[in-house]
Every structure is written in C-alpha cells, then in structure tokens.
Design a protein around this ligand. Structure first.
Ligand code: PMP
Length: 359
C-alpha cells in the first residue's frame, strides 16, 4: 500500500501520545490527567442533556461556550468578548489550527527546546520552519532570547515537561519585543500556579493564549480547548476550522464545558489540593536525592543522579505505577510524574523507597 502514500506523509514524524493502558488497576501518573474527576455538576449536565436531541447537529460556533468563557474572564477582571474566543476539540486541535493559520510565515518561528513535543510535529505537518531556542541551565526560558522574531513565537507556560513558570512580566517583555509577530502562550497548566496572560489580551493584539479543560477542569475525555486573543487572530482560526470541521464541539461537550465554568468552587478546591500534593511530593523526592525542578504545573520533573530514569520507570511499572521518562540527549535521566491523589502520591513514594533502598 505504501505506493499510495504521498511524499509528504512519508516524511511525517507523528506525535506519540502517552500510554492509556487497557488494564485498570494501575496508578496512572503518566499523562497529567486530573486525579479527582470532573465536577459533579458537569456530570449532572451531561446526563441531563443525554436525550433524543442528540440526533441534531450541535451549534457549529459553540456560542454557549464562548459566552461562558467570556463571562468567566470578564468576571475575573479582563473583559473578553465572544469574538475574542475560539474553541476546538482539545487544545491540540486549537494548536493545529494556530500553526496552520497564524504561525506559517516566511521566517522561522521560535520555540524553546525543551517544550511540548507536539510543536515540531505541527511544523512538519504544515511545513512551518522553526528554530529551537535552548533553555537556560536551570531549565528556564530567557525572554532575551526571543527578541524580534519575524515568524512568530510559541511556548508553554508553565513549560512542559519541565513545569517551570515564566513570570507574567517576562511574557510581556516577549510581547513588547515582537509586536509584529504572533506570540502564542500555551497555558495548558496555568491554573496550577502563575498568572495567566489572558489579562494582557486587550493590550497586545499579537497575543494568543491557549487553555484547555483537560487538566485543571478534569475533562480530558471530552476534548475541549480554547484560545483567547484579538478578534483578527480568532477570525484566522475560525477560517481554518470552517474549512476543516464545521462541528468540532459535540453537544454534550458544550453542556459539560458551560457547567464546568459555572462551578468555580470545585475547580479551585481540586486545583489547590493538587498543588499541595505537588509541593509535598517535590519535598519527598528531594529527600530521596532527586533533583526536582520547581514546578508550577500538575506534574514534577525530576532526575536522580545515581539512577537511570528508564530503569526507575520500569521498576515503578513492576509495582503497577506508570510515569513518563525521557531519554533524549537534553532531558535524559528525567522522570515526569503527574500528581495523583494523596494516596497515589504516597504509594509512589513507598515504591521509590523500596526501589532506592533495597533491603
Ligand atoms: N499543550 C501542552 C503543553 C500539553 O502538555 C498538552 C497535553 N498533552 C496540550 C497542550 C494538549 O492538551 P489537550 O489537547 O488535552 O487540550
């Protein structure tokens, strides 16, 4: 069959998502999902709308979601209008449209190395030239390295898989120094620490902020991501979307999203619980001799100077715990551990104790 493939497809290197195991008795700390489940009000909303109306197509513009998101950020102090919001099937789809609509320029775009490993895949898919900018020795993004890009800039904040946060002033520095190109801030993990760049969208028309319901709102299963920015940027994304999939958001996902934004209490309580567990886990890993990067996300990125990361991950797997390990040259020997429930984190610590101090 391979003769039917086009030359472009043959040269693509697809993204490999983290494992979603088929067996259920594992402690799953590998793909940064939320351990606490969606708000009960979200589940009620999904049940309440599971009826014969599902035979109809959803609203192609998902205006209910756009209005809920506008109201949410407006109440938090940043007026956001409906035409400043774009929604997609997970932030991965929003990112795909962003690469195609906004980042395809004559000059290379810039993104950090290390960052989200999907970015080079989109560049390959949409033939976007890129230049990687190394992180500092302490795994930080240095805004001075992002002065005057003509192609565009994208970075996760907090960064993934490091978990390191770039302060809002530094994000603003990048925006000011790149007023002629689009700056995309991928805030998949922002609710676990740090100030969102959404507060800057009315000041900088070159800013696009992308967020997701997969992490802090515990809705990875419904696939809902969104972007906020100047109406002209949003219009670019809408054009690509309407040429690709007119109904990306299904009816139940619309209801679930609206219900999630309406339940601020559950959202804040579960985020705070994850942040407490992350800080405790970071301390405990440090006590075991790990070098732990300060994390503002719902995962920690850590390296043990005396233990190979792959061997550690396999030993944990033998104890029914799955984590990610990295063996690429610039991040070799690092484990990325998603924050689970308090009990899951303590099971991980107990397993590491057995592995690191065999009797
Ligand atoms: N951006 C970053 C930095 C991520 O780590 C992820 C999750 N893999 C995403 C975007 C995509 O998340 P989703 O498609 O679930 O919204």
């Amino acid at each position: 069959m391979s003769q039917f493939w086009s030359s472009i497809v043959n040269t693509l290197t697809p993204y490999v998502p983290g494992e979603q195991p088929k067996i259920s008795n594992l402690i799953k700390l590998n793909t940064n999902e939320n351990p606490y489940g969606p708000s009960p009000k979200v589940l009620e909303a999904i049940k309440a709308h599971t009826d014969e109306s599902l035979r109809l197509y959803p609203d192609p513009n998902a205006d209910e979601i756009k209005d809920a998101i506008s109201a949410y950020f407006t109440a938090k102090g940043t007026p956001v209008q409906r035409d400043q919001v774009f929604v997609g099937n997970g932030s991965d789809e929003v990112l795909a449209h962003t690469f195609q609509a906004l980042l395809k320029q004559d000059e290379p775009i810039l993104f950090p190395d290390i960052s989200y490993s999907f970015y080079p895949v989109y560049c390959g898919l949409y033939q976007v030239e890129y230049k990687n900018i190394p992180l500092t020795d302490t795994f930080e993004i240095n805004p001075k390295d992002y002065r005057q890009s003509n192609g565009g800039i994208i970075f996760p904040n907090p960064n993934a898989p490091t978990g390191r946060l770039l302060a809002l002033e530094a994000v603003e520095d990048i925006l000011k120094n790149n007023s002629k190109s689009v700056v995309v801030v991928d805030e998949a993990y922002i609710d676990f620490g740090g100030q969102s760049a959404v507060s800057l969208v009315n000041q900088y028309n070159n800013l696009l902020v992308i967020q997701t319901l997969s992490k802090s709102r515990s809705l990875a299963g419904i696939r809902l991501g969104y972007a906020i920015g100047h109406p002209a940027l949003i219009e670019g994304l809408e054009r690509v979307k309407n040429s690709f999939n007119s109904y990306p958001i299904d009816k139940l996902a619309i209801k679930a999203t609206v219900a999630s934004f309406a339940d601020e209490v559950y959202f804040e309580q579960t985020c705070a619980r994850i942040v407490r567990s992350r800080d405790l886990l970071s301390e405990q890993l440090t006590a075991f001799g790990f070098e732990v990067i300060p994390s503002s996300a719902n995962f920690v990125f850590a390296k043990h100077p005396e233990h190979n990361a792959e061997a550690l991950a396999l030993a944990l797997r033998d104890r029914s715990i799955i984590v990610r390990y990295f063996n690429k040259p610039n991040i070799d020997q690092h484990l990325r551990i998603s924050i689970g429930t308090e009990d899951e984190c303590q099971a991980l610590i107990q397993a590491l104790r057995e592995i690191l101090t065999p009797s």
